[in-house]
Design a protein around this ligand. Structure first.
Ligand code: BT5
Length: 327
């Protein structure tokens, strides 16, 4: 799909969701979206591939009644006042919430600006990797404007902890951090965090914090290449999770963990991360340029970096590298 084509898909979802139980014809969708029938069909096909429950009959298209879209009123009711004042913009479908928030940051959007979507066409991970974002997950990015220069990995750890706390509070499930940015259950990835910092000169101007949580997604919609290493909260619980409560809990926790960072209380955050970090004490390997280092993950430092013991008495500090656990 071309970069802007998510707009047609987003409009289609808007039209179908506001039409209640009325079937909507292809020609109506074309006239409202000002798109060609082929573009509308392509967008509908893509939405279908992402698991969006749109049914199709001779008369036209219908969003199925049990579609269970996010209820923004319920979500905002569950947000607590805190350091960050969240202002959430909701999309059915977008290319990436992360690029949307970064564009808003450039236009001087205030701290707490958040973009939330039901589906993403081009979700991004670290190092240019893709993030699969089918229907019924939680895909959101929030803008923070730290008053002090915070290390990216520290904010990433704080955001990962916000997710583990929310998963425990709302689902009653224990999840763990895999340094630096994964949240796992039983060794499978259930969520990922992406922190994108923007500097002006030496000064940190903003950080877009992206949270991707496989809440109620259908795992079969993930590519086979990593499906076995992934899980969803629905699969772990055997029932759907309340996404509004989970998002509100993650944002409430993110606000209070961020407030700690702003008060220079990172020791508390690193302590909590240590207790929840499955990487510590494990043999790991990490690629550094052309070198492959192996060693034992010894500890987290107060800036969120990982201390790797490569041989007795010799340690290397890792900041945002990709580590794999060795058996
Ligand atoms: C991450 O990257 O884990 C950060 C993911 C951040 C996604 C959020 S969603 C909201 C916001 N908007 C965006 O566009 N992005 C952020 P990384 O550590 O690079 O992991 C990426 C790798 O995880 C991929 O190469 C796959 O192997 C795997 N992966 C991709 N999608 C996944 C999914 N839904 N569940 C589990 N694993 C996945």
């Amino acid at each position: 799909m071309a970069t802007q084509d998510w707009r047609v898909g987003n409009q289609i979802c808007q039209i179908l969701s506001s039409s209640g139980q009325k079937v909507v014809s292809l020609s109506y969708l074309c006239s409202e979206t000002r798109a060609q029938p082929s573009e509308v069909r392509a967008a509908l096909r893509k939405l279908g591939e992402l698991g969006c429950p749109i049914s199709h009959g001779r008369e036209g298209y219908l969003l199925e009644p049990d579609a269970q879209l996010l209820e923004m009123d319920e979500l905002t009711r569950n947000l607590r006042p805190g350091l960050v004042r969240w202002a959430i913009t909701y999309f059915f479908y977008i290319n990436s919430t992360q690029s949307a928030v970064r564009a808003m940051a450039e236009r001087d959007a205030h701290e707490g600006t958040t973009v939330l979507a039901e589906m993403q066409s081009r979700g991004v991970g670290r190092l240019g990797r893709n993030w699969s974002s089918p229907y019924c997950g939680i895909w959101l990015s929030s803008l923070l404007r730290p008053r002090r220069t915070l290390e990216n990995q520290l904010l990433t750890i704080a955001a990962s902890l916000a997710i583990t706390r929310a998963v425990s509070a709302v689902c009653g499930i224990k999840s763990e951090l895999k340094w630096p940015n994964d949240v796992q259950i039983g060794g499978r990835k259930v969520a990922g965090v992406l922190g994108t910092s923007e500097y002006r000169g030496e000064r940190l101007r903003s950080v877009a914090v992206g949270l991707g949580i496989n809440a109620n997604i259908d795992l079969n919609l993930l590519p086979g290449s990593f499906r076995d290493q992934a899980t969803s909260l629905k699969a772990e619980l055997g029932a759907k999770v309340d996404r509004e409560q989970l998002i509100a809990s993650a944002l409430n926790n993110l606000s209070s963990l961020y407030a700690k960072l702003e008060r220079a209380e990172e020791d508390e955050i690193v302590d909590e991360a240590r207790k929840n970090c499955s990487t510590l004490g494990r043999r790991i390997q990490v690629r550094m340029g052309s070198r492959l280092l192996k060693g034992v993950a010894q500890d987290l430092d107060r800036d969120g970096s990982l201390i790797l013991e490569v041989e007795e008495g010799r340690t290397v500090r890792l900041y945002s590298h990709d580590v794999s656990l060795l058996p």
